[in-house]
Design a protein around this ligand. Structure first.
Ligand code: GDG
Length: 469
């Protein structure tokens, strides 16, 4: 088996990470070993751009320390104030400032320069997410000929959104340097084909490559999964020890990074509508919302935090009674094991992103359920996960509070036989297409593509020699 070299902005250095990429890749790396390289802000003034190694994991970890200003322009700036909103259809939140793109490109170049000596012949390189799209092109410039794959954890933007990107032509050059571009869903593959067609005049070839301006992009969907069996076991063992919540209390659970793409205000408004429509005799429901802090230095994230505090106060002010608080809003990360117990304890999982690459929380909620008395998943039709879990979830339109409210009513009233049937269909899908399936399928395909690229370049070289001779 080839050694795997993974790049992502975040490196798992602490315990219990919140964030889909680190959770998913962490399992892969623990099982398979290899090298994981990330970036972190260094002490101000550090200009060395060398990798620092970290001991203590079953795989090698290295971080590129960047001066704080440069890191901010690359990470908070171009990555999270331009690419993230753009890839989530929020062009209204774009905050383009001079110097950010230059910092983004330069960090990618420095990452390539700092890591190139670590890469050995036979290594397979897997680059993750929007922070490092140009990295393969930079590695190729330094002579790296290894298979290089890319996986985008966010949705792929529509051609309308790509239009708002300055230097959009770079996107094409960056993506064409990969042997494989992995996307979460078929929806994203279609968006990429459409961007190539509409923006760059490209076309789809019969072998699946997309040819744009003389360059080829190889894209396919690989829906990311979770370590389903382990997580299920964790939820089972956590059941007894899990939290101090009134045992008679019927719970809806939400677990999200506090990000504007996750539709948290929409979730609260949907629940508010449900409470408004409820008669006074009905069973009381509590929405337990864990919203772990994220990117707090970006203004749009401060706005969403204020908005949620206000909304939860409003709903509680209107509907709370002695001994009953409708929304329990926790703006803090909780340990993963504890989370598994909470999911299992909740009668409804409420997942309402406005758009999401996949959404692992939806898969975790289903996995944690007791299959003989499972809860109901309510899932936004705009989450990537809806392509797989639409078979068993109650799908909703997050922009419409009455759609959320009526799904909650339906979930509360759902008979046990229907709950079991829906849960089984989703569990079959999640356990079959777990995170190990995801890694193997992606890497097998990457291997095939890279061999066929090498074969093509060998034939071109042979032809050139023949013509010269
Ligand atoms: C990106 C894409 C895609 C959350 N709060 C806590 C906590 N979490 C964990 C969850 C889950 C993960 O973080 C969140 O994953 P999501 O998939 O829901 O979302 P993103 O972080 O936005 O991830 C997304 C994903 O990448 C993978 O490709 O699905 O679409 O946006 O695992 O459980 N974990 C702990 N405490 C918390 O408070 N321990």
């Amino acid at each position: 088996m080839s050694r795997l070299v993974v790049f992502s902005n975040r490196l798992p250095l602490g315990s219990s990470p919140s964030g889909g990429l680190v959770v998913a890749l962490g399992r892969t790396m623990e099982q398979r070993g290899g090298v994981w390289i990330g970036a972190t802000p260094g002490k101000s003034g550090t200009g060395q751009h060398t990798l620092q190694s970290y001991e203590g994991a079953s795989f090698d970890r290295h971080a590129l320390h960047l001066p704080e200003g440069e890191y901010n322009d690359y990470y908070l700036g171009y990555s999270n104030s331009v690419l993230w909103p753009l890839f989530h259809g929020r062009t209204d939140l774009l905050d383009v400032e001079e110097g950010q793109l230059a910092a983004y490109s330069s960090v990618n170049r420095k990452m390539a320069e700092a890591s190139v000596n670590l890469i050995q012949e036979g290594d397979v390189i897997w680059i993750h997410d929007y922070h490092f799209i140009p990295l393969a092109a930079e590695l190729r410039k330094l002579g790296v000929n290894n298979p290089i794959g890319f996986f985008l954890h966010t949705p792929f933007p529509s051609s309308n959104n790509v239009r708002a990107m300055s230097h959009k032509e770079f996107l094409l050059d960056w993506l064409a340097a990969y042997d494989l571009v992995g996307l979460q869903t078929q929806r994203d593959v279609s968006a990429l084909i459409e961007v190539c067609r509409a923006t760059f005049g490209g076309q789809l070839l019969s072998d699946g490559r997309i040819r744009c301006k003389g360059q080829d992009i190889w894209a396919a969907s690989f829906p990311i999964g979770i370590d389903a069996k382990t997580f299920r076991q964790t939820a089972e063992t956590q059941e007894m020890t899990s939290p101090r919540i009134d045992p008679g209390q019927k719970l809806l659970i939400g677990v999200d990074r506090l990000d504007y793409s996750k539709g948290l205000p929409h979730k609260f408004r949907g629940f508010q509508r449900f409470l408004e429509d409820q008669d006074s005799e009905s069973e009381r429901l509590t929405l337990l919302q864990i919203a772990s802090p994220t990117r707090e230095n970006v203004e749009a994230y401060q706005d969403i935090r204020r908005q949620l505090e206000q909304l939860s106060g409003e709903v509680n002010g209107e509907f709370a009674e002695l001994g009953y608080m409708p929304i329990q809003y926790i703006h803090r990360a909780v340990p993963r094991d504890y989370l598994a117990g909470l999911y299992r304890r909740a009668a409804i999982g409420l997942v309402t992103p406005l758009i999401d690459g996949m959404n692992l929380v939806a898969k975790e909620y289903v996995t944690a359920q007791d299959s003989s008395d499972p809860g109901v998943l309510i899932l936004s039709e705009s989450a990537g996960a809806a392509e797989q879990l639409g078979i068993g979830a109650l799908t909703i339109n997050p922009f419409d509070p009455s759609s959320i409210a009526s799904a909650i009513r339906k979930a509360v009233a759902m008979p046990l036989t229907e709950r079991i049937e829906r849960h089984q269909a989703m569990w079959d899908e999640i356990s079959l297409h777990d995170v190990y399936w995801w890694t193997e399928t992606f890497l097998n395909r990457l291997d095939k593509n890279a061999s066929s690229r090498r074969k093509r370049s060998r034939s071109i070289a042979d032809l050139e020699t023949m013509l010269r001779g």
